[in-house]
Ligand binder design. Structure first.
Ligand code: FES
Length: 108
């Protein structure tokens, strides 16, 4: 979706996240939640598209995160919205691992 990576922001050590865990970091003014799922890393904006709740603080069920406020669900891997009351996908961010460190792409 028109991504142009301007910078890779160093976040945490890859080893800081166990399977099913997440960390929330600030990337260029965005709150970004990075999850480790099935041995891979995925980053979504930590803002529910329904009413702005911090979605990463909700329950993770499989690859879906459940918004703690009203129960909307989003796929952590794709950002795709899975159930009401949210109707818009949540933003995703590219993640990579370099020398054992997680890096998230900042948007240009
Ligand atoms: S704020 Fe997330 S479902 Fe309402």
């Amino acid at each position: 979706m028109g991504w142009q990576v301007s910078d890779w922001i160093d976040v945490v050590a890859e080893s800081a996240l166990a399977e099913g865990e997440h960390v929330v970091v600030d990337v260029d003014g965005y709150d970004v939640a990075i999850f480790k799922l099935d041995g891979e890393f995925y980053a979504i904006e930590d803002v529910c598209t329904h009413d702005g709740a911090e979605i990463a603080s909700g329950e993770l069920e499989g690859d879906e995160i459940v918004c703690p406020r009203h129960g909307a669900r989003f796929c952590v891997k794709t950002g795709q919205v899975k159930c009401a009351p949210a109707y818009e996908d949540v933003a995703t961010f590219p993640v990579r691992v370099v020398d054992g460190r997680l890096q998230v792409a900042a948007q240009s």
